[in-house]
Design a protein. Structure first.
Length: 327
């Protein structure tokens, strides 16, 4: 019916008559809730709108041109803070930049704890390349699940298998390193002492699929119980878990999010036992986050003098101590 974000309500439909019908329902709900709209901030029957820094239309989604002006005028970084700000902007529009992790790697190296700020040719080339990619981004067409689909798995070698296994495309056009990632994951699963026996059991006993596990493309997977019931998540062996945690939390483009959001990002793509507990422990004990995180406490208030008593024993103060050991 509609999408809501804070105080923004977006109603969308395929036809104008359907739009009027849905709009009537939305406005009726707003009226019943006792809310009031500002007509100057309302747009009806629009074919293109700006939403959260994006321009959305029937043709697809692209970055808001007004927001990209800040990218075009972004000065050459002079310090670490400037690099972090620029990468944060790139990360927000990352789905419009192909191979962002690879293209931003020279800039990400400046953010390592033991690195000094040295702006060299590699950083300058990366900076200009990302600015160019953002100032001339592609239009992302809206996905049609009934249309023929091609999945180009050009993701990083260690994580390409997640996208490969979690969809049901009609045709798949993989790159060599994506197939290598599938092979690496399958090999690591069979070399993992805690998974090897289970993988063998799944291969010999297809009945285990009823328990939510199955071998998909030679990889042990766990069924994700979503409404469609089609998605399978690869089971990650112990050797690969730390790198996945690093990718989804530590890298500048990951955003150093809290453990709940990091957990939900990982659980959409991977599975391993006690995932929530492991992600929580990793994020809460990550040294850099703990060092930079501001303590969410109110500042101490001013001291308030206690009024003088008018008679003896009108106000009594006590200091309680104990218990003490008997000598």
């Amino acid at each position: 019916m509609c999408l809501c974000y804070l105080d923004d309500i977006i109603e969308f439909s395929l036809t104008f008559n359907d739009h009027l019908r849905r709009l009537h329902c939305v406005l009726s709900c707003i009226q019943e809730a006792g809310l009031v709209l500002n007509p100057k901030k309302c747009y009806f029957g629009a074919t293109e709108i700006k939403v959260l820094g994006h321009l959305v239309s029937g043709k697809g989604v692209k970055p808001d041109p007004d927001k990209l002006k800040a990218v075009n005028s972004f000065p050459t970084p002079k310090k670490i803070h400037d690099v972090r700000s620029f990468l944060g902007l790139c990360s927000y529009y990352r789905r419009f930049i192909k191979n962002l992790c690879f293209r931003a790697k020279p800039l990400q190296q400046l953010l390592k704890g033991d690195s000094k700020f040295h702006w060299e040719k590699a950083q300058e080339d990366s900076f200009r390349d990302l600015k160019s990619a953002l100032t001339s981004p592609p239009v992302l067409a809206l996905y049609d699940e009934n249309a023929p689909t091609e999945l180009h798995t050009d993701a990083r070698k260690k994580y390409a298998d997640a996208d490969y296994l979690s969809r049901n495309p009609i045709s798949i056009i993989p790159e060599i390193e994506s197939l290598a990632a599938i092979s690496d994951l399958a090999t690591e699963q069979r070399d993992d002492p805690s998974l090897a026996a289970f993988v063998k059991a799944c291969e010999q006993s297809p009945d285990l699929s009823s328990a939510g596990f199955s071998i998909v493309n030679n990889v042990l997977c766990k069924k994700k119980f979503d409404p469609s019931g089609k998605q399978w998540l690869p089971v990650v062996p112990k050797k690969m878990r730390l790198e996945i945690l690093h990718h989804f939390h530590d890298e500048p483009t990951a955003g150093h999010l809290g453990f709940v959001r990091t957990y939900h990002r990982i659980r959409k793509r991977f599975f391993w036992p006690r995932l929530f507990r492991i992600v929580r422990s990793y994020v809460t004990h990550y040294r850099e986050c703990q060092r930079r995180k501001a303590v969410p406490l109110k500042p101490p208030g001013t001291l308030i003098p206690i009024p003088l008593a008018e008679a003896p024993f009108q106000r009594i103060g006590m200091d309680l101590l104990g218990r003490f050991l008997k000598l």
